[in-house]
Design a protein around this ligand. Structure first.
Ligand SMILES: Nc1nc2c(ncn2[C@@H]2O[C@H](COP(=O)(O)OP(=O)(O)OP(=O)(O)O)[C@@H](O)[C@H]2O)c(=O)[nH]1
Length: 468
């Protein structure tokens, strides 16, 4: 076995790859078996990246868990670990997340976590440089007041996986149901973390999970992760098998965190390297989710590059403006994970600085290649499925729709095969944006939600496919 592992390692080194032994076992006949992860990072990339959105009810322990994973020191049960996750003073004062924050956790080639406790004064740049795998967490808000921000995170940032955090003290209550229903509707693979097991044993919460999963429309069955074998099996099959991995952890005692961390290390990115290569060949399409001006630096756009490659100096067009037109711009500089870089590739998020100021910028706009003949829509036809509605949806129904980063009021102007749509029914629907045209592409999922009364927050439905 030692000789075989050495040979494998030498083969990997020749290809510029690394090997990590995931598990080893000695059989009854004295022979042994080892499962080895061979990780090859593309030549032009530092590490393999995945984005994980963190969902769950307020006070479930999301920010605390992220604080513990990314800062590397345990919580005191009174909110110490979450302090670094907050972006605003009111969040620190209330202990409640209201915005989307990004946190990173790296892993080296041996599978050891690299976070801010790895060495004294380590910076985000050094974490990125020393990691072969990088997990970016999106810490989303749990309180129902901030549901629109949470939907924006799930729909706009295209996370590869969602992590639903449930407190074992409170169970799957409040917004946990709605958050997971949205992740299921957007087809984001998910896993569950039951936290605070130092306070209450998770037995009752575990029991209720099967019916909880059915209620949100997921046909997957829960698989409680108890040992390293379960971790490897669940990690390898996360995208294909019909199971939901469940971890039981405590951010105060640290119990169960090792298995969760190992799972994050083996969790695969959402798309294959072939698919990624194909996307990189296409014309660039950068979806804007944040825009701001920083002193003399100029106009900065935060977002995700869905297709193509952008480099410094690339000539592009930004829009659509209110009249549907696009404005020509040039990319001045690019930052990724707070570090300057020369290039951003399909599937990566980045902050792009433009050479000129763009008036009337809004989130949901796109940056496209300057040569692209960009088309925008006022009216769009889509296949709809209503997940829940108290009565039915008729023409004239008006609501806020989310398509990626686009968020705008739209009106249903026609339903193709019947007069109205009820819960669980599907139909092709024509809807019109109320204010201005938007850039949408075939296959993007559309999500709409309407609060029937201000407080109740009834979640209504999703469109499955965009029909050209
Ligand atoms: N005993 C114990 N307390 C925990 C644990 N995890 C979190 N807490 C405490 O639970 C409280 C709420 O945690 P948060 O991390 O702010 O919860 P959240 O889900 O991020 O809440 P929002 O930001 O409002 O969405 C804090 O006081 C934490 O110290 C745990 O594992 N054990």
């Amino acid at each position: 076995m030692t000789a075989s592992l050495q040979t494998l390692q030498q083969m990997a080194i020749k290809l510029g790859a690394t090997t990590t032994i995931l598990r080893e076992r000695v059989l009854d006949n004295g022979r042994s078996i080892a499962e080895v992860l061979v990780r090859k990072i593309p030549d032009d990339q530092n590490n393999i990246e995945i984005r994980v959105a963190v969902l769950g009810n307020a006070d479930a322990g999301k920010s605390t868990l992220l604080g513990v994973l990314t800062q590397g020191s345990l919580d005191n049960g009174r909110g110490r670990a979450r302090l670094n996750m907050f972006r605003h003073l009111h969040e620190i004062q209330s202990g409640r997340t209201s915005s989307i924050s990004h946190e990173i956790l790296g892993f080296n080639s041996q599978g050891q976590p690299i976070n801010y406790s790895y060495s004294e004064l380590i910076t985000a740049e050094e974490i990125c440089d020393s990691s072969t795998k990088l997990v970016t967490f999106l810490d989303l808000a749990g309180h129902k007041k901030y549901i629109r921000t949470t939907i924006r995170g799930l729909s706009g940032y295209s996370p590869h996986h969602a992590m639903l955090v449930i407190s074992s003290a409170a169970g799957a209550v409040g917004m946990a149901h709605e958050h997971l229903a949205i992740a299921v509707a957007l087809n984001v693979p998910f896993f569950i973390v039951i936290t605070k097991i130092d306070l209450v044993q998770p037995a009752n919460t575990l029991q209720s999970l099967e019916s909880f999963l059915k209620q949100v429309g997921s046909r997957r069955v829960p698989l409680v992760i108890k040992n390293l074998d379960d971790v490897i099996t669940a990690g390898a099959n996360q995208l294909t098998e019909n199971v939901v991995p469940i971890f039981c952890v405590s951010s105060v005692s640290g119990e169960g965190l090792d298995l969760l961390s190992r799972f994050l290390h083996v969790l695969p990115p959402g798309i294959s390297s072939k698919e990624k290569e194909r996307l990189e060949q296409e014309s660039p399409e950068f979806h804007i989710d944040e825009n701001f001006k920083a002193g003399d630096v100029g106009q900065i756009l935060g977002g995700l590059l869905m297709k193509g490659v952008i480099t410094e100096g690339t000539k592009m067009q930004i829009g659509p403006m209110k009249n549907g037109s696009f404005q020509n711009v040039t990319v001045k500089s690019i930052h990724r994970n707070r570090v300057p870089c020369r290039m951003v590739r399909a599937g990566q998020s980045a902050a792009v600085c433009l050479d000129s100021y763009v008036p009337t910028l809004r989130n949901g706009m796109v940056l496209l290649s300057a040569e692209e003949n960009a088309k925008v829509v006022c009216i769009s036809r889509r296949m709809f499925r209503v997940l829940f509605h108290a009565t039915a949806i008729y023409p004239g129904f008006q609501t806020t729709v989310h398509i990626g980063n686009v968020r705008q009021t739209a009106v249903v102007v026609g339903i193709c095969s019947s007069r109205c749509i009820h819960t669980n029914e599907r139909d092709s629907v024509l809807f019109q944006f109320k204010l201005h045209p938007e850039y949408v592409t075939v296959g993007q999922r559309l999500l709409f939600r309407r609060a029937l009364q201000r407080e109740s927050g009834d979640y209504t439905g999703i469109s499955l496919t965009h029909m050209p």
